[in-house]
Write a protein that binds this ligand. Structure first.
Ligand code: ZN
Ligand code: ZN
Length: 369
């Protein structure tokens, strides 16, 4: 359990400022990560109700003490005796006046929506209002930036420990387990996603999972890993050489590095999310590898390892721009089927000037025995 983060106090008020968009009187917050963001609660069953005159939090009997310790004091706390479906508490919280209740349509099944409508009756109009909390979560406050920086620092240290020892002859799975265990020993609650350690041709699959296959001399090895610390994620990729690699692999590494550094420099407030991707993509395309960079340049990182904004050619030009205190990854790659993959990923904070890079692991090609 932790004490309430100071930054939490203003979040519900900021959320109220977004109610005019969908035209709602109250918002039902059901995604746990959003409940945590607004209330401070870190348990595994909780919902929140946010309105101009109502801040309510509901959990079940198992979490009463935890909620008392964690939930922001401005929220009135309720709990159900046995029911795990917390929405059963809503009718008494909402009263009998007609109202428009926002809900998260992105995370509500058709069945759950039907049950909710039956439970609340005709005076409550259910209005799709997903994405409002996510919009707020995008811009990080000082405490959040510090938490993400600390998660990245921890992950960096675990990586340094991993590659300070030989990797040739060890399996991808062994290396992934060692990295994840080391992050936990250093204080991480979990890896922020399943680590990727992929040698040689396996590295050409951007989402490769570790195999019981040993790293061989002469391979490039893609290592993509992150830590969860105090609820916040980190995300980083490095590609290392296991012994001596071919000139072709070395050239491709230098290309990805050049694209990565150029795109990093384009991470500025007001920069178009499509255009930042294009900076890296143009460099890789000019070198003849355009079709070998099959994913977007980057994504936001916070309470979740993938959140808003998205840096990608799939975001329409002009549709989204970076803003101060966005935290994003910059991770171009080149993947040559049957040969190797290369990805270099840093985690950065958008500032008024040059981006603040949270990743401390060097990017010059590293040769590990
Ligand atoms: Zn990553
Ligand atoms: Zn990433």
């Amino acid at each position: 359990m932790s004490t309430t983060t100071p930054g939490i106090a203003g979040r519900a008020d900021a959320l109220l400022g977004l109610f005019d968009g969908p035209g709602i009187d109250l918002l039902l917050v059901s995604e746990l990560v959003n409940v945590r963001y607004l209330t401070g609660y870190t348990g595994s069953n909780g919902i929140a109700l946010i309105g101009p005159d109502k801040l309510a939090f509901v959990t079940d009997f198992r979490y009463v003490e935890q909620a008392a310790a964690e939930v922001d004091q401005r929220f009135e706390r309720f709990h159900t005796a046995g029911a795990v479906d917390l929405t059963k508490k809503l009718p008494e919280l909402l009263g009998s006046a007609p109202l428009r209740l926002g809900f998260d349509e992105e995370h509500t099944s058709v069945g759950a929506h039907r049950r909710l409508a039956e439970l609340l009756g005709p005076q409550v109009t259910l209005v799709p209002a997903g994405g409002l909390v996510e919009e707020l979560r995008r811009r990080k406050d000082a405490e959040e930036i510090a938490a993400i920086a600390a998660a990245q620092q921890l992950a960096d240290a675990a990586f340094e420990a991993l590659v300070s020892k030989p990797i040739i002859g060890r399996t991808e799975r062994e290396l992934a387990l060692e990295l994840e265990q080391d992050m936990r020993l250093r204080g991480a609650s979990a890896p922020s996603f399943d680590s990727i350690i992929a040698g040689g041709p396996h590295g050409a699959l951007p989402h490769a999972s570790p195999r019981d296959v040993a790293i061989e001399s002469g391979q490039l090895v893609v290592i993509d890993w992150g830590a969860m610390l105090d609820g916040y994620a980190s995300d980083c990729t490095r590609t290392v050489a296991a012994g001596e690699i071919s000139d072709r692999a070395r050239d491709a590494y230098e290309l990805v590095l050049r694209a990565q550094v150029s795109a990093l420099d384009a991470v500025r407030p007001g920069a178009d999310c499509n255009a930042v991707d294009k900076v890296a993509r143009d460099i890789i395309t000019a070198a003849g590898h355009g079709e070998h960079f099959g994913h977007g340049l980057g994504h936001g990182v916070g309470l979740e390892v993938h959140e808003s904004p998205t840096l990608s050619l799939r975001v329409a030009p002009g549709a989204d721009k970076l803003a101060v205190d966005d935290i994003v990854t910059v991770e171009p790659g080149v993947y040559l089927p049957g040969e190797f993959g290369i990805r270099i990923e840093d985690l950065v904070v958008v500032t008024d000037g040059a981006p603040r890079v949270l990743t401390s692991v060097p990017k010059a090609l590293r040769v590990v025995d």
